[in-house]
Design a binder for this molecule. Structure first.
Ligand code: GUN
Length: 172
């Protein structure tokens, strides 16, 4: 279970420990705390469900702001070591720090094409995927329309949050 137990946290303490579960978007944790946290929310899955619901219920503008808070995959910020600890670990876990020069330039092209089409960065839960699978998903999702892709990105962001919470529960 999570430590500190969410149900025991003041708002300030909750944001301190869980405010970064959604990339640069502590308002999601704030909204979850405002729902009233009880003992049932002390597991990673239950807290992820609640926080995910807060994001699903947000306005399209708020959802897009959360998507926009994500760094590019295998992008310049990653190369420069400017990511959050979670992002850095996730991208390295998928081997994105080991791309060949050709793969980096493929990511660069796709990141640019995707942002040109949708106005926000491509976000995917990379746990369990290698860079070849990520590139294949990237190319497939470029064919979506804007609303499909906004919904897909939000779903992926909630998966990322669930994974981040499960990692926190293992190593408090
Ligand atoms: N999926 C998991 N982590 C990240 C990230 O840092 N950026 C993007 N775009 N997708 C991710």
């Amino acid at each position: 279970t999570l430590a500190p137990a969410p149900s025991t946290c003041s708002l300030e303490r909750f944001i301190h420990h869980y405010g970064d579960i959604f990339e640069h978007s502590p308002w999601v944790a704030n909204a979850a705390w405002n729902e009233g946290l009880s003992e049932v929310h002390n597991t990673p899955d239950a807290l992820a469900d609640l926080m995910g619901r807060m994001l699903q219920q947000a306005t399209p503008e708020q959802q897009i702001a959360v998507i926009q808070a994500h760094p590019d995959l295998a992008g310049k910020a990653a190369l420069a070591g400017e990511l959050t600890q979670d992002s850095s670990r996730e991208q390295a876990g998928a081997g994105l720090d080991q791309c060949t020069p050709e793969e980096f330039s493929r990511f660069e092209q796709l990141n640019a094409a995707y942002k040109e089409k949708f106005g926000f960065p491509f976000v995917i839960a990379v746990k369990g995927l290698d860079r070849h699978a990520i590139l294949a998903a990237f190319e497939a999702r470029l064919h979506n329309d804007l609303m499909q892709e906004r919904d897909a990105a939000i779903e992926q962001i909630i998966r990322i949050a669930r994974f981040r919470l499960s990692v926190r529960a293992e190593q408090p």
